[in-house]
Design a protein around this ligand. Sequence first.
Ligand code: ADP
Ligand code: MG
Length: 604
Amino acid sequence: MSKVIGIDLGTTNSVCAYMDGGEPRVLINEEGQRVTPSVVGFSKSGERFVGDIAKRQMLINPEATIHSVKRFIGRRHREARDDIAKMSCSIVETRDGDIGFEVAERTYGAPEISAMILQKLKRSAEDFLGAAVTDAIITVPAHFTDRQRQATKDAGTIAGLNVVRIINEPTAAALAYLHERRRRATIAVYDFGGGTFDISVVDIDHDVGEVRATRGDNTLGGGDIDNLLVSWLLREVLDEHGIDLSTDKAARQRLRDAAERAKVELSAALETEIHLPFLTATPTGPKHLQRALSRAQFEAMAQPLFDRTLEECRRALADARLTIADIDEVVLVGGSSRIPRIKEMVRDFFERPLNQTFNPDEVVAVGAAIQAGILEGDVKAVTLLDVTSFSLGLEVEGRRMAKLIPKNTVIPAHRSQFVSTVIDNQKTVKVHVLQGESALANENVSLGEFELCGIAPAPRGAPRIEVRFVIDANGILNVGARDSRTGLVGNLTIRAPTGMSTDDLERARGEAIEHEQARARLDDVKEVRHQVERILVALEAMARDQAANLDRAGAHQLEHAIKRGRLALGTASERRPLEDLSAWLRQVQAHMSERLSNRNSSVH
Ligand code: ADP
Ligand code: MG
């Protein structure tokens, strides 16, 4: 088995880690960074970039740049309206109600965009490790639904990664803690990232950890703080210039960028300046915006969001049937946990000092790598039991939900329930699988349904049909039904709702491979171009610095070669002609060097 890498596929940033001799290490990407922005950008010519370059292009080409794709993965268009409104790129509803990103004259599903990020991480990992990487563990927020987990797995498949396990982000953070400490403790993992907030309570006994409870809000993150600041700046522009910029996408993007920068600065400084020259123009001239923002003002604005995180903490403790006094340590995760006010609030809430030994940006990926080490057998004696974040059940008579697997059940898990017919000689039974906490079926999320047909005629209530729920270690649910008298079976893996059929997946995977090959070819061409350029620069230097040492014929020959070389470099786009050009220029270079050395020796 090749190396299994751990991937924290974040809303804002992604991090990749691996095990090196029993110790987790964070991988360095092609740009030399430990963190890769989860941003995909497209150029006019259809070229695409992932990471830092894409993030930079967001300002100048927001329509063709996709960020926060994790907010959309595995969700339906109608469920994500609020988030869609906040995006600069064009998002459409696909025929089956899913989300489509319209860019570079094509429509991509969220798993396809996520796959582009994964593809880059995979490539970086392969470059770094010098070996092929095929297996990965990917982390997801604890509150991700079945559909979102499945869609994340699909993204891995498209990127050519065999996703051996999906684990919850807080679980990964707890694993990192467990690996380091190996002692008895109950810890709270407070993860405040760019797009989501998660809180989990984990019991650790030396080398066994158990997630007691987990809660989260996937509409609460650093991006929402940025949005608050953007709204404030929009009001300021309206007040000062009487201009409403709320529908001006380019201006909004600049405001967002400035807002985020100001926010990050305020984690270190007590005051910051937001300076946006030429934000827009009217017939009376260009309009600028300049505002000072103090940390105190910022805190006052964002306090309602901060409070919501503590509200979730309170609920998580209640779910775990614990009090604050039971928590031994708090591990902070996610970029937004760097905000001083957050640290202060969390410390006060849990009434204890914070654990700051872990890098909040990296701890989740590190935990995923440790999980990889466990699966590979490199890391021993660490077992972490994960739990379900929602209750799962069946629709039963009276449009009610019968819970088979309650929330916070340790996974993997399986439960069965017998159902029957409600009228005499009923031939089919519908199995409707639900997720959620309400007793009423229609207040919960429908995960899917199937029918068990061909039930032998019998009085109502006589057939005994066993419905079995199985949740695997990834948190993915499989539902089977079996008529115990006839042996008739029906089955449902909750995967269809991701909107990607096996055919779709295969097509997307094929395209991803094609893109990777085209990219490799392009890289080759770029490399040869670079070689040609390098020889040309050397020849140009020769023409400039050695003019006095060359005879007229030689100088003329050199000048001519440079001109021809430049012209050819400007037009050649294929590898072969560039290679020929490179060989020819190399000959010229050798010839000229010889001429020079002959001349020098004849002068002496
Ligand atoms: P995700 O898990 O969503 O990918 P991260 O954990 O990488 O996100 O956190 C990204 C968020 O953290 C962004 O909203 C970013 O603005 C914010 N952030 C990063 N550093 C700081 C900082 N020093 N102060 C405040 N916010 C920060
Ligand atoms: Mg994160």
